[in-house]
Design a protein around this ligand. Structure first.
Ligand code: SIN
Length: 362
């Protein structure tokens, strides 16, 4: 016989449900008591990538969402009280100004509240150094911001993403991360955004800071710090996105033996407001290229000499007369990072002397 629930029965069921919800909420609150509140912002990349078969090298970047990334590492909950947001879900070869602006504005808004203690950004490794340096220049907070990725997709044998994510959250909760600028955590190492570069196409030991070394080590969530960087960043940066709707176009051109100047001319004609040369050696290039660039400066285009080499400095006035030609020397910044700094600096000034100051201080 079918029985209708009585009013008393319904009230008892509701009471039971309320008590259960309250005890779940209390348990969740207790688990996160006293823990740092970390927001994970996901943008895609191999860390969120999936293969069809584990033995394939082919995979799709950005196949998993932020909740799946968090769920894959249950022990994260012991480190921090977590929340996840999906900002984008792309391979980082498709990273662009629009996503940078959205990501930076979201991080600034979150860090301005007292409810968020730090940010972890999951990101593809291909352009992670550029995004990290961009954020390093425009985030207005000394709270930790940590970028993390993986060299192997989430489905791979020996996937490195879960351990990297665990270490990244550990670094974001560490008091020593505060005021260090944006950091990158990969393969048990912590790197300063300004110094780090990707050096290998597939090996898990890919991220290095060739000129200055790592900012620290992190193994099973335990962090050891080395010397902090002395350049300006985050809360000490005068660069910002206030009043910036769009970033100026800056192109990178690669120097080589037998270099012609046609592509430089094409870049200027296509509307580049700045050019970065991935120069040979100490930021050198062919005579033809120098002549075209000298003319570009006279037309108001900013020119930065960087190097295609992995380490060392590009010094002013070594083989090229920067003073006479109106060029900027990139110092320690590689072409990709020089492009980021030039885009932001050009929102403030076109004066080569002022641009050079940014390259010295940032
Ligand atoms: C990407 O940068 O999105 C692909 C490569 C990677 O994440 O390792």
């Amino acid at each position: 016989m079918h029985r209708h629930p009585t009013a008393v029965g319904l009230r008892l069921a509701l009471l039971g449900w309320l008590l259960l919800s309250a005890s779940h909420a209390a348990a969740a609150e207790k688990a996160s008591e006293g823990k740092a509140r970390i927001r994970i912002l996901a943008t895609g990349g191999t860390i969120a990538g999936a293969q069809t078969r584990q033995e394939d090298s082919a995979y799709k970047a950005g196949a998993l969402d932020v909740e799946q990334l968090i769920a894959a590492v249950p022990s994260l909950k012991q480190l921090a009280s977590l929340g996840g947001e999906q900002v984008a879900n792309i391979g980082s070869q498709d990273m662009n100004d629009a996503v940078w602006l959205k990501l930076a504005r979201r991080i600034n808004a979150l860090l301005a509240t007292p409810d968020v203690d730090g940010i972890v950004v999951t990101h593809g490794t291909d352009t992670m150094e550029e995004t990290a340096y961009f954020l390093n220049l425009v985030i207005r907070s000394d709270k930790p911001v940590v970028l993390v990725g993986a060299m192997r997709p989430a489905t791979a044998l020996g996937a490195d993403g879960p351990a990297n994510l665990y270490n990244a959250v550990a670094v974001a909760t560490h008091p020593g991360a505060r005021g260090r600028g944006v950091l990158v955590v990969m393969n048990d190492e912590v790197h300063a955004a300004r110094n780090v570069i990707k050096t290998n196409t597939t090996n898990v030991k890919s991220f290095e800071s060739p000129n200055r070394g790592a900012a620290g080590l992190v193994h099973t969530g335990k962090v050891t710090w080395f010397e902090p960087v002395d350049t300006k960043h985050t809360h000490r940066s005068e660069l910002s996105l206030e009043k910036v709707e769009k970033l100026p176009r800056v192109d990178i051109l690669y120097a080589h033996a037998n270099m012609s100047a046609d592509l430089l001319e094409a870049a200027v004609k296509s509307g580049a407001r700045g050019l970065v040369i991935a120069g040979v050696g100490n930021g050198n290039m062919s005579q033809q290229a120098l002549e075209v660039l000298a003319r570009a400066v006279k037309q108001g285009v900013a020119v930065v000499r960087s190097t295609r080499l992995m380490s060392g400095l590009v010094l002013r006035n070594s083989e090229v007369d920067d003073d006479k030609l109106g060029f900027v020397a990139s110092g320690e910044l590689n072409p990709a990072k020089s492009r980021v700094l030039l885009q932001l600096a050009l929102t403030r000034t076109k004066d080569p002397a002022q641009l050079q100051r940014y390259f010295q201080e940032y």
